[in-house]
Design a protein around this ligand. Structure first.
Ligand SMILES: NC(=[NH2+])NCCC[C@H](N)C(=O)O
Length: 240
């Protein structure tokens, strides 16, 4: 059994409250399946353990959202993006849901879902952090993929490979119904972004990382630095 944390988080005034949003959505890529993950995690006891073992006060609407009411009748490709209207509508709503927890200084846990949902989770949190603390949020992206393709650099057209591009403003779109709802207060800076664990970056993505000086530790780096890699996270997270 694990023990509850004893250190009060510095930036989360209600860090013992865990706001949970379950996102049963897989439209950011072509295969069904990941939409079933939140239900599987919850029925295997995740939330019960977070409460019983780690002492979190769980705040959850007891719903796995499928956002079926937001699905458009037709959703043609746009600038090469697949299902742009559906992904934009779902992530816009999710951004609000996350914001509704984060504005109270709660820790927020989102259970997905494919990675397009990061457009909602990060934008909602970034907005709350700006309002509550008057500062920009830093992001440590631990993943095999950078997910920083723009619609133009993406070879697949899948939006799960593009969230970081929209969140940093490297990809932009004026249409409100296709991510134009993302305003400056939702966005993050490339200066406060670091990648850890990358092993599958596209050529266009590598170019983007280089051009914008985005820090990245590949799986190769993780293997190389071994035990010391947590120290590295510390150093880079502190550079704000
Ligand atoms: N979150 C993910 N699984 N991303 C995979 C992205 C794969 C590829 N880079 C693409 O843009 O299509």
């Amino acid at each position: 059994m694990t023990s509850p944390p004893t250190i009060q988080p510095k930036f989360l005034y209600n860090g013992n409250d865990l706001g949970v949003v379950a996102v049963g959505f897989s439209g950011g890529q072509c295969k069904a399946g990941v939409d079933a993950a939140p239900s599987a995690l919850i029925s295997s006891g995740l939330l019960t353990q977070l409460h019983d073992d780690l002492g979190y006060n769980i705040i959850h609407d007891n719903t796995v959202h499928s956002y079926s009411e937001l699905m458009p009748k037709s959703d043609p490709d746009y600038r090469g993006m697949k299902r742009p209207l559906a992904v934009s509508a779902v992530t816009q709503q999710l951004s609000e849901q996350v914001y509704e927890h984060a504005k109270y200084g709660r820790c927020v846990l989102t259970l997905g879902g494919d990675h397009s949902i990061a457009i909602g989770t990060i934008s909602g949190t970034a907005k709350a952090i700006r309002e509550r603390l008057g500062r920009e949020m830093a992001v440590i992206w631990v993943d095999a993929h950078c997910d920083i393709n723009t619609p133009e650099t993406s070879e697949s057209g899948n939006i799960h490979g593009m969230p970081v591009a929209f969140l940093t403003g490297l990809a932009e779109e004026k249409r409100d119904d296709i991510f134009g709802w993302l305003k400056d207060n939702h966005k993050i800076s490339v200066k406060k972004l670091v990648y850890i664990g990358i092993r599958d970056a596209d050529r266009g993505e590598k170019k983007m990382l280089k051009e914008h000086g985005i820090k990245a530790f590949s799986m190769h780096d993780v293997d190389k630095y071994g035990d010391h890699w947590l120290l590295l996270i510390e150093v880079h997270a502190d550079q704000d």
